[in-house]
Design a protein around this ligand. Structure first.
Ligand code: ATP
Length: 396
């Protein structure tokens, strides 16, 4: 399998309204290792699909280089890049059966790399095969047989082998999506690009198919770039996550690293659901304070701020790193605005004194808390995040 390397990849579009050009991707440097599963996340319009389209060859970069393995593919048409793309809309051929949808790319491919996916007991299936060769196709029986083997193998892996003779309109959304995945996999490409492939599925099917994609990717070892809006998919599927905002990479890291050590405020807010809570605070000689609230810092935390006393910074605390307690100087007094009781945990939306932005709290277990209750929250000192108040960069 080949890795993918993007060097200084930039894409600009004409902006007819403003009359100039708008930069959609800005000097992207990104390496996806061979066999890696990399998840790409970012807000709507940040350039995720554009990045995939450039790698697939469906659009041309304004500047920069795209490597697939040791080849620069900038000038190559999509089909010469050995890349398969799976879209949110399944894009199946409605007039072809599942079998022919899976076989379509293989029949058009000049060579089929037979053998890499073949399980042993295929002979029995093959001897039952009585379909005539498709008309007008200049392929030998051996070639069609190799295609058949690949189609059956993929269908078995995705558990759609009982659907091979149905048409797309006779399938459920989840089945269609698995056919679309199968069609991409059948060609045994060097790289998979997946653009929110599960977003049309209901929650249960989504969870199931999510697991299947991860298993298949591990089995096949195909380098994969996967775009999603879904926090759970981002945190559970990839080896690493890349966070994009306004066409710029904000951070690339393993999921937990990203969650525990976000590089800046944007990543801290974007990764995690509910998002991290923020409060502007002033660093004092011994701790931090905001509107009469005082919180002591550990010596290590104090050392971080060094001589920067009286400095304004952003404090960040994740909803699960707040616990209920008594009214002390270091507790944050809040009023409950909204309660979500899920049984195994209780979610709160609360208002702080002197702060217009509500905070989110996640308490494990059930708590008898109602709207309007006054509570005292104690931040977990081991999980405080600090960000520069100008640049938003992480300070610790
Ligand atoms: N052909 C085009 N001409 C002009 N602008 C475009 C074109 N294609 C995309 N854009 C703009 O580029 C920006 C990025 O679009 P893109 O589809 O890559 O975003 P995205 O991150 O995939 O968004 P979403 O999550 O909503 O799918 C958007 O502002 C979009 O309007």
């Amino acid at each position: 399998m080949s890795g993918v390397r993007l060097e200084q990849l930039t894409k600009m579009y004409r902006d007819p309204q403003r009359g100039g050009e708008v930069t959609v991707l800005d000097s992207i440097d990104l390496t996806i290792a061979a066999g890696e599963f990399l998840v790409l996340v970012g807000p709507s319009g940040c350039g995720k699909s554009t990045l995939l389209r450039l790698i697939a060859g469906l659009d041309q970069p304004t500047q920069g280089t795209i490597w697939v393995g040791d080849r620069i593919v900038n000038g190559l048409p999509p089909k010469a890049r050995d890349i398969a793309m799976v879209f949110q809309s399944y894009a199946l051929y409605p007039h072809l059966t599942v079998y022919d949808n899976l076989a379509f790319g293989l029949r058009r491919s000049p060579q089929i790399n037979v053998g890499s996916l073949l399980p042993a007991p295929l002979e029995a299936t093959l001897t039952r095969w009585t379909r005539p060769l498709p008309k007008g196709l200049q392929c030998s029986f051996a070639r069609e047989r190799a295609i058949h083997q690949r189609v059956v193998t993929i269908a078995q892996m995705l558990q759609i082998d009982h659907l091979l003779w149905r048409y797309p309109k006779q399938l459920s959304g989840g089945q269609k999506q698995r056919v679309a995945l199968g069609r991409a996999m059948a060609r045994n490409p060097q790289v998979f690009l997946m653009d929110e492939p599960l977003s049309n599925l209901d929650a249960k099917l989504r969870t199931e198919t999510r697991g299947q994609i991860v298993q298949l990717q591990q089995q096949l070892g195909v380098t994969t770039l996967y775009v999603t809006h879904d926090q759970t998919e981002a945190m559970t599927m990839g080896d690493r996550i890349v966070v994009l905002n306004q066409g710029k990479i904000q951070q690339i890291a393993a999921p937990l690293e990203l969650y525990q050590h976000p590089a800046n405020r944007f990543v801290a807010e974007f990764i995690g659901s509910p998002p991290m809570n923020f409060l502007p605070v002033t660093v004092t000689a011994t701790g931090i304070q905001a509107n009469g609230w005082q919180y002591p810092l550990t010596q290590q935390q104090q050392a971080l701020f060094g001589a920067c006393r009286e400095r304004q910074v952003w404090l960040g605390i994740r909803p699960e790193h707040l616990r209920l307690g008594t009214a002390t100087e270091s507790a944050i007094a809040v009023e409950v605005a909204f309660v979500e009781s899920l049984g195994h945990e209780t979610g709160l939306t609360v208002h702080l004194e002197h702060s217009a932005t509500p905070w989110r709290v996640r308490l494990s277990g059930h708590h008898a808390i109602g709207r309007g209750d006054r509570l005292y929250l104690h931040p977990d000192p081991a999980h405080l995040h600090f960000f520069d108040d100008h640049s938003g960069q992480r300070l610790m």
